[in-house]
Design a protein around this ligand. Structure first.
Ligand SMILES: [Zn+2]
Length: 100
């Protein structure tokens, strides 16, 4: 038999009940098998790395927001402390209400 003109992808598509062989024509030859652009191990890895990088960026962002919040809170507490020590009790309460 002559060499196949188009190789089919070795990947599988996960269905609801079972997986199906991928029907796309293969473009990449990796790990001794042919793969389409979706299932090629290098492409799968690339997408996973992108997802991981995005996840790390989101975690870093959350942490930074938390730090900002902590800094703001600490600053506000210091402000309130200085207001309290600077003012008479009645004035302090009024000043605190203004800050809050
Ligand atoms: Zn495929």
């Amino acid at each position: 038999m002559s060499k196949e003109k188009y190789n089919k992808c070795s990947g599988e598509i996960q269905g609801d009940w079972r997986s199906y062989p991928c029907t796309k024509n293969a473009k990449y030859f990796e790990d001794d098998k042919w793969w389409c652009g979706i299932h090629a191990p290098s492409k799968v890895k690339e997408r996973q790395e992108k997802r991981d990088a995005k996840e790390r960026a989101e975690v870093a962002r959350e942490k930074e927001l938390e730090n900002i919040h902590k800094r703001e809170t600490a600053k506000r507490i210091l402000e309130l402390d200085s207001i309290v020590s600077d003012c008479l009790e009645e004035e302090a309460i009024r000043a605190i209400m203004e800050v809050l």
